[in-house]
Design a protein around this ligand. Sequence first.
Ligand code: GLY
Length: 435
Amino acid sequence: MKILLVGNGAREHIMAEKLAESPKCTELIVYASAVNPGIKKLTSAYRVGSLADMQAIQDFAKEQKPDFAVVGPDNPIADGAGDKLAEIGIPSASPVSKCAQLESSKSFTRDLLKKYNIPGNPDFKTFTSEEGMLEYAKGLGEIVVKADGLTGGKGVHVQGDHFNTIEEGIEYAKSCLESDGKVVIEEKFVGQEFSLMSFVDGEHVVDMPPIQDHKRAFEGDTGPNTGGMGCYNYPGNLPFLVEQDLVDAHEITVQTAKAIKEELGIPFKGIMYGGFIVTKNGVKLIEYNARLGDPEAMNALSILQTDYVDICKAIIDGTLDKLDIRFAGKATVVKYAVPEGYPTNPTKGTEITIGELPDGVKMYYASVNEVDGKLIMGGSRTVAFVGIGDTIEDAERLAEQGVNSVKGPVFHRKDIGTKELIQKRVDMMDEIRKV
Ligand code: GLY
């Protein structure tokens, strides 16, 4: 099969690797916004263009005639890359834009869960004018304010993290109204967050292992929010979750997939990535994404044992129930090397070099361009390293060795995947569950 992949981050680098390693993939072609040196090596055709240009994606596919496509990043999924490809008869293992509202409209998802009585929603309200906003917010205790659309991870403002008083939150809500015409205000949940990503074919839902991301730039979960500095998983469950938490999160995704089909008349095909939080009242939904997480994709796909091409085909054909999808019972830790000054004032245009990697460490390029044989930093997350081991200690040590092999103006979070940080999370959940 000839397969088209759209995107060029570290998430797409591992997607490309998993597609290319399948004996069923005879050719991998890529449409991307920049040359990712790791991805390019795996391809027979590599087109650079804007990821906002749906017509250019369709034109490339028309020329190349792939058997199917997979779209990595949120924006082209939301903007209808899958729809444009379907127009010329090319199916995608990624959702069409209507289904991708699950990620691209916060109010769509909240309203859907409410309408279909699916558990996991907070107390929330969508506003299209300022009227009643302050009174409603005051009645919630602590609040979260969400811009309705895609904002590159910057649209969700949480009381205590991004603002302190309700009044400050309302000021942000007003700015969302000005730019978007819509804003969601909701109750703040307290607990531990985890990502549960699922392959979905419209009917069947198959979960990947639960993973925990680290959004803050600096150690000890301090500093500004980022796209994600690193993630870890355990063999089996995360240590602050109980088995029932995974059962409950799975059930929310199953019911949501069913509700989308009923509401829109179109099956959701692709990845439903639940950003969940376990609270004193059980598992709640923070948000859904309609794609693989970045860095989470690198944890999950590193230990995926089933042929990824078979999974993509089963998503398209609605046959996930016929496939035995397995993950190795290993721990993984991903650490991103990011530019000094990231995310507010990142260094860019500077060369980095990468030393030899020990066995058990994998490397994925993100915002890095190859120019005249040199690796030049693009300004966003630069390179990701995945440590894979039988224990979290092994995986963390390997990821740390990997990320330390980068020479140049970069930094990373040393604490991701360490026993100390994970124990803090376990202790927090023990306290919360006691109440
Ligand atoms: N890990 C955060 C995201 O992919 O949105």
